[in-house]
Design a protein around this ligand. Structure first.
Ligand code: GLC
Length: 567
């Protein structure tokens, strides 16, 4: 991979565009009804063409698949349905050849109850090292301060194991016992897992469910100092051996607690910004910038080398854990009118259905995802506006096969349709005969092409990934406006959250004399003068303006030229 300099190489995650996918759902090369690594490798050119720079792979390890692979039975192998280790290595090599990095899952908190470690632990005598691999207790009374996360499925974080004659602790499903991070052996075992994948060349690890590593009576068993100590140790280990690799925390927490996973630059490089996500959905429905501005304003600054991961949707429900009760009620009322769409504390829907399949809304949400501070993460299929199926169990409705074409099985697999791990979407509005890659590749006005242009434009400006954030405060609250600055680059983003046309007066006095240049079309707008900058926006429309010093040298607006189009 060609890298311009070391600094860019080690901070690659700051300029990245990440694409999240499940190998099972992407492309099936051997007609057995499940996606696999050879199939994914065949589709790497599609991903390069889309413009993404990193792939985040959901778990692909041997597993009973009761939690879609987050129930791991062997950390150092590939689930046989998805291919072999050499298929994985080839995929990794081919991704790297195309300049695409690969991020995999490190599920530290728990294993499957089928993992040999748990099988040994439940049979081991109390007080022995094997028994201590997991969290056992004679009573189910300890750690009462910890909430139950999968509240639709589990009533307690303790389950009784008749074989051990004791209760074991689990923050998720009962078949996912939590590892005991008080045991030095657990740390050593996990370190070996990390070495195994990083030595092979994996570029980053998403640390699943990381706030729950340690538990302590009298606390809510989340974000404990002991847990942060594990992460500091992990970071030291990684930094000493694999300097350009990245650790990404999945900590579904309020901004202050999530930011704590950066440590002082000595824990994770990245962390998901969970609370901003539902507030983006709230803002667009309420047509009011307040929810977003409020949460971003209270988000603490992050250490220099750190970065937020931003997302709209992912493989889980749209989580409503980090909102108030009123906000949750509101979100359910407007986005989950069908009760089937609700699960745990969230909504199991994809982006397009949440946006009422309205192209303008989908574009607006993506424009925010790509212009707010942080690194954007796209969920597979959302780049073509795929639909979902809320009637499938658990979160499976957002995990259906990628829609490649109008062919049988959406071009995902040549298998007998009855053999597919799940049928592709046939909802009339999102049917794979209409919503699919092949058709959208042919039509340059499609969402897919729009996403390609968005990604390409973002990648040309480091200010999006690295710049500071300053909000403007126009009187019209339906308008969200902010400035991103990095080095010589200054970018002004103005978005209309309303479904009706709006105007706003922006205080751009700081930029007096500059010519805002709309970045997609390289179109100069009137220069900033002494009066407030007056701007009108169509329904749900947005502008990205370059305000860099160089822009002042552009043609005056009276004779606009179109030197180069952004695409
Ligand atoms: C994370 C994953 C989710 C999984 C859970 C338990 O939250 O995103 O899919 O069910 O961890 O491993």
């Amino acid at each position: 991979m060609v890298q311009p300099n070391r600094e860019v190489a080690t901070l690659w995650y700051k300029d990245a565009v990440i694409y999240e996918l499940h190998v099972r759902a992407f492309h099936d090369s051997n007609a057995d009804g499940l996606g696999d690594f050879p199939g994914l490798t065949e589709k790497l050119d599609y991903l390069r063409d889309l413009g993404i720079t990193a792939i985040w792979l959901l778990p692909f390890y041997p597993s009973p698949l009761k939690d879609d692979g987050y129930d791991i039975a062997d950390y150092a192998a590939i689930h046989s349905s998805y291919g072999t280790m050499s298929d994985f290595r080839r995929f990794l090599r081919e991704a790297h050849h195309r300049g695409i990095r690969v991020i995999t899952e490190l599920v530290l908190n728990h294993t499957s109850d089928q993992h040999p470690w748990f099988q040994r632990s439940r049979r081991a005598l109390p007080g022995t090292p094997w028994r201590d691999f997991y969290v056992w207790s004679d009573t189910a009374e300890r750690y009462q301060g910890a909430r139950v996360i999968f509240k639709d499925f589990e009533r307690s974080n303790w389950s009784w194991d008749p074989e051990a004659g004791a209760y074991y602790w689990h923050r998720f499903y009962g078949h996912q016992p939590d590892l005991n991070f008080n045991s030095p052996r657990v740390w050593r075992a996990m370190r070996q897992v990390v070495d195994f994948w990083l030595r092979m060349g994996v570029d980053g690890l998403r640390l699943d469910a990381v706030p729950y590593l340690h538990e302590r009576d009298g606390t809510n068993c989340e974000n404990l100092p002991e847990t942060h100590a594990v992460l500091k140790r992990l970071r030291q280990h990684v930094a000493a051996r694999y300097p350009d690799r990245m650790l990404l925390a999945e900590a579904n927490q309020w901004p202050e607690d999530a930011a704590a996973y950066f440590g002082s630059g000595d824990e994770c490089h990245m962390a998901f910004h969970f609370p901003v996500m539902p507030r983006m959905f709230m803002s667009i429905w309420m047509e009011d910038r307040y929810p977003m501005v409020e949460i971003l304003t209270r988000t603490p600054p992050v250490p220099d080398e750190c970065q937020w991961a931003m997302f709209l949707r992912n493989h889980d429900e749209l989580t409503l854990e980090m909102v108030t009760d009123e906000e949750r009620d509101y979100m359910y009322r407007v986005y989950a009118t069908d009760p089937e769409a609700r699960i745990n504390l969230g909504i199991r829907r994809r982006l397009a259905p949440l946006m009422g399949n309205n192209r303008r809304r989908i574009e607006l949400m993506n424009s925010l995802l790509f212009s707010l501070p942080g690194t954007p993460v796209i969920y597979y299929g959302d780049e073509i506006g795929m639909g979902d199926n809320i009637y499938l169990g658990d979160r499976n409705g957002v995990r259906t096969p990628m829609q490649w074409s109008a062919d049988r099985n959406a071009g995902f697999s040549r298998a007998n349709p009855q053999r597919l791990y799940q049928r592709p979407i046939v909802d009339p509005e999102y049917h794979y005969e209409t919503v699919q890659v092949e058709a959208q590749q042919r039509n340059q006005q499609s969402l897919l092409w729009w996403m390609k242009r968005l990604i390409a434009l973002r990648k040309r400006h480091q200010a999006f990934g690295r710049g500071s954030l300053d909000f403007l405060a126009p009187a019209n609250r339906r308008i969200l406006a902010f400035v991103r600055r990095y080095g010589a680059e200054t970018i002004l983003v103005v978005a209309n959250l309303s479904r009706y046309a709006q105007y706003a007066e922006l205080d751009l006095s700081e930029f007096r004399g500059r010519v805002p240049t709309e970045m997609f079309g390289a179109t100069p707008f009137p220069p900033v003068g002494d009066a407030p900058y007056f701007i009108t926006l169509g329904p749900h429309s947005f502008y990205w303006f370059a305000l860099s010093e160089a822009a002042t040298e552009q043609q005056p607006p009276s004779s606009p030229t179109r030197k180069s189009r952004a695409e």
